[in-house]
Design a protein around this ligand. Structure first.
Ligand code: FES
Length: 485
């Protein structure tokens, strides 16, 4: 197998001839941005072949100079039976992101989670019971006595105990003279026992709310007894490196191994945030017995490892809109493994559970006859209009417009993005600033809007966006952060 060396990091990997360069990079743990999901249209995966030969499917988006200098698109290049050296230009995103809304609000801001018309009704609750000691004359087992006690308080329904909980029953009952806390999930006709602890631990009852965005993932840790948020953590969705928008991710997921990769990446993001939120409040992740997840339809498909391709193809049919309750261990969420996960239902391929969850948190659908508008602008943007009598929703791609999508040097608002441009009306001299005050790496949506606004205000373009060719240049480039027009 030929050896592939990635420069300047000098990371190497051996792969079979015919392997895509992008896949080789991933195996060598070298990050190459792939905004279009490997479709050969964004040009972000540009690399230079410094030695050796490759099979490159020529792409019209490369300039003649780039081609003559040995640049290729990693997503359209395959390895031949010879070693090669590949130079990856500096394209590193700031991994930490620029989120500043991470906070712990216990004792500070008691954040109200629910609108007044909603009830806090988690799937799993903790319940403390005093189980009487065993008596030789009644012949009841530990499990019988526990079940009878629960039925006394919760009604004569069936209580389902999984084997690993049954294994804990005997010892747990004897630690505090029969006082135990049982975590119960209410099914329609029975209760499922998902945890048992000695004594009264009802004051340690937590849940997590997870919002999976195409670009960002947010996790809120909830203290259930008070129905309050106690910590929030946000970060970029690790899937970003596989495509910036929904369609790019769907394209990327066409191969089963890539679909699996996307699933693991979003799980990694969620579990990392849960771990951080738990660490901030000194709680164990096993103490979390509820999780609610919302996300657009594609994100939910990727989380569950479902092929999202039919969401993109006419007649745009998803595999699932209403997800049955699944266990944390089935999905891969790192909390009490037996907890059930509630995934908010979607309405259509592009109006997902993030919108239904958002609507639930407003009074729009239930309280008013006035017509209201609900707008969620994310990488995917959705709008719902209506009142208590009807709701109509639609969606379209919004993020790329704000994140420099489709622009050669466009980028997300991260380290090195030009975010502000000013043009002196007298001299025509432009100055700019970048996020982090570092060397510019591209321009983000805010920078583009700022640039266009200044070009318009100073007469360099007209209201239709056309360049004013009658204006002349009076200034020249005079320092690193100024441009002359
Ligand atoms: S051109 Fe290769 S990822 Fe977009």
């Amino acid at each position: 197998m030929p050896k592939i060396t990635f420069l300047p990091l000098r990371k190497t990997v051996n792969v079979k001839p015919g392997t895509e360069l992008l896949e080789a990079a991933s195996k060598a743990d070298v990050e190459i941005p792939i905004s279009c999901g490997g479709n050969g249209t964004c040009g972000k995966c540009l690399v230079r072949i410094d030695s050796g030969e490759v099979d490159f499917t020529s792409s019209g988006i490369l300039s003649r100079t780039e081609k003559s200098e040995g640049y290729v698109l990693a997503c359209k290049t395959r390895v031949l039976d010879k070693p090669i050296k590949v130079f990856v230009p500096e394209q590193i995103e700031d991994k930490e992101g620029k989120f500043t809304d991470t906070y712990d609000d216990i004792g500070l801001v008691r954040q109200e989670l629910f609108p007044k018309n909603c009830q806090f009704d988690p799937l799993a609750v903790k319940w403390v019971v005093d189980v009487p000691p065993p008596k030789p004359e009644d012949g009841l087992s530990d499990l019988d006595r526990l079940t009878r006690r629960l039925q006394l308080e919760w009604g004569k329904k069936e209580f389902v105990f999984p084997l690993d909980i049954i294994r804990q029953v005997a010892d747990t009952l004897r630690i505090q003279d029969g006082k135990v806390t049982v975590t119960l999930v209410r099914g329609s006709d029975r209760y499922y026992v998902v945890g048992i602890e000695p004594g009264d631990s009802t004051f340690r009852q937590y849940g997590v709310a997870v919002d999976i965005g195409t670009t960002t993932v947010a996790v809120q840790l909830v203290f259930q007894p008070l129905a309050k948020s106690i910590a929030t953590r946000t970060d970029y969705n690790d899937q970003i490196k596989c495509g910036l928008d929904i369609i790019s991710r769907i394209n990327y997921a066409k191969r089963p191994e890539r679909l699996a990769e996307l699933r693991l990446l979003v799980l990694k993001t969620i579990n990392r945030l849960i771990k951080k939120a738990c660490a901030s409040q000194k709680i164990k992740k096993e103490e979390i017995c509820n999780a609610v997840i919302s996300g657009n339809t594609t994100m939910i498909h990727l989380l569950l490892g479902l092929n999202p391709d039919y969401i993109r193809l006419d007649p745009y049919t998803p595999t699932i809109l209403n997800t049955p309750n699944l266990s944390a261990v089935d999905i891969g969420i790192d909390i009490n493994p037996k907890s059930w996960i509630y995934i908010s239902p979607g309405v259509g391929s592009y109006v997902g559970g993030d919108i239904t969850a958002g609507l639930l948190c407003t009074d729009l659908a239930s309280d008013t006859e006035d017509i209201n508008l609900f707008i969620d602008i994310g990488t995917n943007g959705e709008i719902v209009v209506g009142n208590s009598g009807f709701l109509m929703g639609c969606a379209c791609s919004a993020g790329p417009a704000f994140e420099g999508g489709g622009i050669r040097d466009g980028m997300r608002a991260s380290l090195g993005a030009i975010e502000r441009v000013e043009i002196d009306p007298e001299t025509g001299m432009a100055s700019y600033s970048t996020i982090g005050n570092v060397k510019p790496r591209g321009i983000c949506g805010t920078g583009m809007i700022s640039l266009l606004a200044n070009l318009l205000l100073t007469g360099w373009i007209d209201s239709a966006g056309k360049l004013n060719r009658t204006r002349t240049c009076r200034a020249i480039l005079n320092d690193e952060s100024s441009l002359g027009f």
